[in-house]
Design a protein around this ligand. Sequence first.
Ligand code: 6GU
Length: 297
Amino acid sequence: MRFDVVSIFPEYLAPLELSLIGKARQDGILELNVHDLRDFATDRHRTVDDTPYGGGAGMVMKPEPWALALEPLAQASAADVPDPVNRTEAAALLDPEVRAEAGDRSGSDGQGSQAALVKPTLIVPSPAGDVFTQQLAQELSTEDRLVFACGRYEGIDERVLEWAADYFTVRPISLGDYVLNGGEVAVLAMVEAIGRLLPGVVGNPASLIEESHSDGLLEYPVYTKPSTWRERSIPDVLLSGNHAKIAQFRRDEQLRRTVARRPDLIAALDPALLTKTERATLAELGYAVVGGRLQRH
Ligand code: 6GU
């Protein structure tokens, strides 16, 4: 999978050289290129911002440097296509007029030569975007290429996002309901969450299955040696060697924790996907199925 990040602070992305993501890059599982937006500025001061039309606080990112930075990243997806016939088709796709004539075949059946015509996704980190979730990370991890456009100041001139839609599937995405100074920290989080889902990035794939949010619940608590530490012992069942009981204990803990900390996740569960035992635990915790949904009673 290939990631491209455009930012005025390329150094901000340095942590992606470390740990599992850094290793995945060395192993060739993941390619990540960081591009300095200022390299695409059109004046000798390398200006990337200007005052907002209509007045107001702060500065807005100028459109032209963004277009110049993003254009080659849309083109690259055509050049990446190995088959020369498809390469021609893909290059044609990048020309909006050619695409209009062809009736915009992108996003069609995804088979054979059509696969070459998929636009790369352009992720625009923004507190005004769709919320980033484990499910979204999973969806994005199946793409060949992701481009991230890191805004700073009050944001990017809106026309850039309209223009970019001819070349990319544009997705404003938010980490949650709080405000960061720019998209870079959000990109660190998203690249890590997406990158670790790629085959071979996390050593033991089983650890991807039993973690928070992978099944809509929070993770169960974990313990290691010593079995008693500062007068605190671990739950007895974990020393029992009874694997069925241990699995039951862990599932109950997941449900207890999720009820206590994230009742919104309980409300979002599909009761039909729960076992009888799980529904019994939830009943003890005060939840019952009402009209196909779990509700407090
Ligand atoms: Cl993705 N960007 C910025 N600037 N602030 C945020 C965010 C993203 N998600 C939450 N706050």
